[in-house]
Design a protein around this ligand. Sequence first.
Ligand SMILES: Nc1nc2c(ncn2[C@@H]2O[C@H](COP(=O)(O)OP(=O)(O)OP(=O)(O)O)[C@@H](O)[C@H]2O)c(=O)[nH]1
Length: 368
Amino acid sequence: MLSRVAAMPYSTSRQDAFKQSTYRRIYPLRVVGMGLGGLAIAGVLIEQHAHPWRWALMIASCLLWPQIALLCARMSANSYRAEKHNLLIDSAIAGMWVALMHFNLLPSVVLVTVTTFDKLSSGMRRLWLISLPGLFGAAVLTALILRPPVQLESSLLIVACTLPLLVVHTLSSSIGSYRLIRTVSRQNKLLEQLRRTDAQTGLFARDHWQQQADAALQLFQAVGQPACLLMIDVDHFKQVNDTYGHTAGDDAIRAVGQLIRDCICEEDCAGRYGGDEFAVLCQNTGQPDALGIAERIRTELLTLRLPHHPNVRLSSSIGVAAAAPAFSNLQAWMQAADAALYSAKHQGRNQVASHPTAPYAAAQVRPA
Ligand SMILES: Nc1nc2c(ncn2[C@@H]2O[C@H](COP(=O)(O)OP(=O)(O)OP(=O)(O)O)[C@@H](O)[C@H]2O)c(=O)[nH]1
């Protein structure tokens, strides 16, 4: 019954989430569970021609107890702990009724299974284990006090009264599991997306970008499909932070990410390599075209203005390396692009340079 609690979305903390769920989820589930448990018990009580006090006890434990549990949880300063205690009391009540039903096999097994399953599916650590002494303790204590006869057989009436609990509990547990699986798979997708994305710029994160670049290099080696790497570093970015503050620096990083995205086509793959360094993988692109893309990024960046910091001026140095047979792995390819970047830096920044050993090695593209 309580399995759907585990499927609820997490808010600030598990305890907060549980607090929120207490009234909205546990209460109706307990009302339905205890109500149907009461029906199963009623079947046995009819068969037993039970004394009215047993009927009164059944009404108290199956109909009144859920209301009392709700009140306790509501009034408690720590509703999480209160609900935990309530769940343990649920088990003790079930244990007591096992003895009061003269250990009638079907309803006893169903009650014990359902209450233990609820502890497991509540997601509270080891609650099911903690509930067992109360469950069996209550059964033994009741048996010792009342010394009921053992009547294991279940008549058709008892079976009919127990089936609703079995059916409803199984269905609601299945729905709970289904929802839980859906939630987990949604959250896994979200996590994977977060892992792949740099939160600040929305570009690919370094690891994921490297995977793409590695795949492109393997494709080049397998079928000769051209690809180029662009390593882009914002010039003197430290000065932007020092002069205009880190907020301006953050805005600038975001704007550079957007600008790079705008300058490349969908097939290309832009990532934040770290700090003020960006990387672009131009797929199915030869070096002349890659140099054109790099030059576009460089010139566009010169005209970039930040709405909240209009005085900030940015320029970039870009290293370009085309995939070549000499690059046996991604590291070698990236080192070539890095070498080109540092050559652009050392030549005075604000320029594009290509790796000299790469095919079609171009002369450095200098700003006009
Ligand atoms: N505000 C802000 N600053 C960042 C971020 N990432 C890196 N930085 C800063 O960017 C600066 C990068 O500085 P350096 O790598 O020394 O290089 P530079 O100042 O750009 O100089 P050159 O690369 O040699 O032209 C450091 O001061 C980092 O703190 C960021 O996300 N936000």
